[in-house]
Design a protein around this ligand. Structure first.
Ligand SMILES: NC(=O)c1ccc[n+]([C@@H]2O[C@H](COP(=O)([O-])OP(=O)(O)OC[C@H]3O[C@@H](n4cnc5c(N)ncnc54)[C@H](O)[C@@H]3O)[C@@H](O)[C@H]2O)c1
Length: 401
């Protein structure tokens, strides 16, 4: 990473912000340029310390805005682009699909186009563009582009890794589990079902097209469900934590038996860093936690962990807006299922383990505990993002610049 300049889009959101924090902790010789539209999901408060760092520059704007993206490339000699910017909530995509196509497909295409223009130095003898050396565009994609897998078991089964090389990499993780015996690999056909996943698939196709047609140096990472600090409380885990602390019902779709693979967000940040530095140009890398769980079990585990933490430390009691006795499974409320709800996602991350030495380091029980403690200790952040206070802060801070 020595002396690299990285354009990170969508870095005021959940994973992008965690990625920037990870990079700044790990490297002291990088420059980060952030481009974020600050939608409801993007919050300046999440990266407030980072944007006051002289090595970080923040631009408010849309990845689909050609003039702005061109200007950023004109002002900075960007080595890597990492595109997190997206509309990311499946439920919102069911309400308003067009916005998802606009941002996730057209926005990505604009970013690719501006990147190509900025990095191109000429053409080879076959007419393909030639680029400045050492550059890379990384598209942050999702396991949802692969569609849905069958669920074979009602309870989790231990997962045995058969590949010797992968087993060696994943040496100190013992608690791997699965609800089936089929997995998404990088060769699995793309088969999206929701407007969100269809828009992310469209973006992936256009990234591949820029690599094939213009030889733009790219990578795509496809990751499973992330959890961790700074997650907007409309997604399952932060929403459940918030509602438990407030003594509100915990809405669970259908029977709660849909299965997702969960990965601690810092492990995802680590994977992206590795793919940027060591990933083979043009390749796709799946990133996953070897950690499948049903939604209902996630909710129950969250309830139990919060109860344990309340028993362990009186310091957390002030965060509760309900009696401690109310923290129990009677809060669970089953609601009508999401339209077109995919049954099971399960990533096989063997390729990134084998080729780059990455594996999901954080066991789920540790990660969920760390996450809940973070929420207990950062209630101000939750209140601000829910009330939109940081948007007001942005307007005050930047309106006269
Ligand atoms: N959250 C997950 O579990 C998960 C898993 C796999 C992949 N992903 C992918 O990772 C990326 C980040 O996800 P997240 O959960 O952090 O999302 P998020 O919704 O928390 O953040 C998205 C960020 O993008 C910004 N943004 C939205 N539209 C923009 C635009 N047109 N121009 C510039 N910025 C814009 C928002 O303001 C926000 O800061 C997304 O591409 C998502 O598809 C997410």
């Amino acid at each position: 990473m020595k002396n690299k300049t990285i354009l990170v889009t969508g870095a005021a959101g959940f994973i992008g912000a965690n990625f920037v924090k990870y990079l700044l902790k790990k490297y002291d010789d990088i420059k980060i340029i952030i481009l974020d539209k600050l939608t409801y999901a993007g919050n300046l408060g999440t990266i407030i310390d980072e944007i006051s760092n002289p090595d970080v520059e923040f631009y408010k704007g849309d990845i689909a805005n050609k003039e702005l993206v061109d200007l950023i490339f004109a002002k900075h000699d960007i080595d890597y682009v990492v595109n997190f910017a997206a509309e990311s909530h499946v439920d919102r995509s069911i309400e308003n699909p067009q916005l998802f196509l606009q941002t996730n497909i057209l926005g990505t295409q604009n970013l690719l186009d501006c990147t190509k223009k900025a990095w191109m130095t000429g053409k080879d003898d076959k007419g393909y563009p030639v680029y400045k050396p050492g550059r890379k565009y990384l598209q942050v994609s999702t396991d949802e582009v692969y569609g849905s897998l069958d669920k074979k078991y009602d309870t989790p089964h231990p997962l045995n890794i058969e590949d010797e090389e992968v087993r060696k990499v994943v040496k100190d993780r013992k608690d791997l589990k699965t609800y089936g015996d089929t997995f998404f690999t990088e060769e699995t056909n793309l088969d999206p079902r929701s407007p969100y996943s269809a828009s992310k698939t469209g973006a992936d196709h256009i990234v591949v097209a820029y690599n094939e047609t213009y030889h733009l140096p790219v990578n795509i990472t496809r990751c499973s469900n992330n959890y961790g600090p700074y997650h907007f409380p409309e997604k399952l885990i932060p929403l459940i934590i918030k509602n438990i602390l407030e003594g509100k019902n915990l809405p669970v779709y259908g029977k709660g038996d849909n299965v997702r693979d969960w990965l601690y967000v810092e492990d995802h940040a680590k994977a992206i860093d590795m793919v940027l530095r060591k990933g083979k140009v043009g390749e796709v890398y799946n990133v996953g936690g070897f950690n499948e769980e049903t939604n209902i079990n996630i909710v129950k585990l969250t309830i139990n962990t919060i109860r344990e933490l309340m028993d362990e430390s009186e310091n957390y009691h002030s965060v509760l807006k309900t009696d401690r006795e109310n923290i129990n499974e009677s809060l669970i409320t089953y609601v009508g299922d999401r339209l077109g709800h995919d049954m099971r996602y399960a990533i096989d991350p063997s390729k990134i383990a084998r080729e780059l030495g990455w594996y999901p380091e954080t066991p789920f029980t540790d990660g969920i505990r760390k996450t809940i403690i973070w929420y207990l200790e950062n209630q101000e952040w939750v209140e601000s993002v829910v009330s939109g206070d940081y948007q007001k802060y942005y307007d005050q801070m930047y309106s006269n610049r």
